[in-house]
Design a protein around this ligand. Sequence first.
Ligand code: SF4
Ligand code: SF4
Length: 88
Amino acid sequence: MTYIIGKGCVDILDGSCVDVCPVDCIYSKPGDKQLFINPDECIDCAACEPVCPENAIFVEEDVPEDQSEFIKLNYDYDYDESEPGKNV
Ligand code: SF4
Ligand code: SF4
């Protein structure tokens, strides 16, 4: 299981989630339109979910069907080429 960032983050990426994540597993790099949660590092603590002003963060099982493509986006993101935090 992991948490997934969905479409509400696109072009918003205010970074509120980054500030509360205890394991720094929310990543980005310059040019990104949203932030991404590394599924290999997320500890499913749920701290990020309530602080997102766009309600863009879901536990994987609860991602709305019309945002299901964001599950793959979060899994496939190139975490090795980015850094934890808001680096856009
Ligand atoms: S808090 Fe929500 S909108 Fe802000 S960066 Fe995180 S996922 Fe994106
Ligand atoms: S659920 Fe916890 S560990 Fe996972 S991204 Fe959110 S704050 Fe970070």
